[in-house]
Design a protein. Structure first.
Length: 226
């Protein structure tokens, strides 16, 4: 299976590099930080802050100090540590929801040639009707479509996450157990996308799209656009 690699060249402007607005670049890197932080809290909760493992550690350490506690007390103490981690995870979730809203609003104010939907339509048009760069256009279509799917995954993650965050305040939300399952499953899909995306960027940098990472930092061609 071929890994989709982002292209440096603009399908609509043959021979020219893609351009990225400062707002889009800001969103990209902030979103990367927030998602990374969110995933790290999940990793911590399943390893260092695992309630079951820490309950046993707390019981053993206090026993050596001459303090006896029962399993319920040890679990309560361990669960408190886990709750602090989930509180941080929730804050990352709020940031993710805010950034996603910003991205959707940004789509309406982006320059026409930088809007995701327009790029998908344009790539498909070039593939269907163009005589040159058909293979490039097909590749661009699938890469941008994959990004659109990623946005849908983020929307699902943010929506279910908010439902879980407010389930104690809204009783009917707590009765829908599917939210937690969908939230967890979507996390794995996003993790898979990140792995594929990083692999694609790595391969693109080594092939014919050298400099795409720096373009996402400085804006690419005509980096003074707003």
């Amino acid at each position: 299976m071929e890994i989709p690699t982002p292209a440096k060249n603009d399908v609509d402007r043959p021979g020219k590099d893609k351009r990225y607005s400062s707002s889009l670049r800001l969103w990209h890197w902030l979103n990367a930080i927030v998602i990374t932080g969110s995933l790290l809290t999940v990793l911590l909760n399943s390893t260092l802050l695992n309630t079951r493992k820490n309950s046993a550690v707390i019981t053993a350490k206090l026993a050596k100090a001459g303090v006896a506690i029962n399993a319920g007390q040890a679990r309560t103490a361990a669960h408190a540590l886990s709750n602090n981690d989930w509180a941080v995870h929730t804050y990352f979730g709020y940031c993710l929801a805010g950034l996603l809203l910003f991205r959707f609003i940004l789509e309406f104010f982006q320059l026409a040639d930088q809007k995701l939907i327009r790029k998908i339509k344009s790539a498909w048009h070039h593939y269907q009707h163009g005589k040159q760069q058909r293979e490039t256009a097909r590749h661009e279509f699938w890469v941008k479509t994959l990004y659109a799917v990623f946005y849908l995954m983020l929307l699902t993650m943010a929506t279910t996450g908010l439902a879980l965050a407010f389930e104690d305040d809204v009783p009917w939300l707590k009765s829908i157990r599917a939210f937690r399952q969908i939230h967890a499953f979507t996390m794995y899909l996003i993790l898979a996308f990140i792995i594929v995306h990083l692999a694609g960027v790595f391969l693109a940098e080594r092939k014919d799209s050298r400099g795409i990472v720096s373009d996402m930092i400085n804006g690419g061609e005509q980096n003074n656009i707003q």
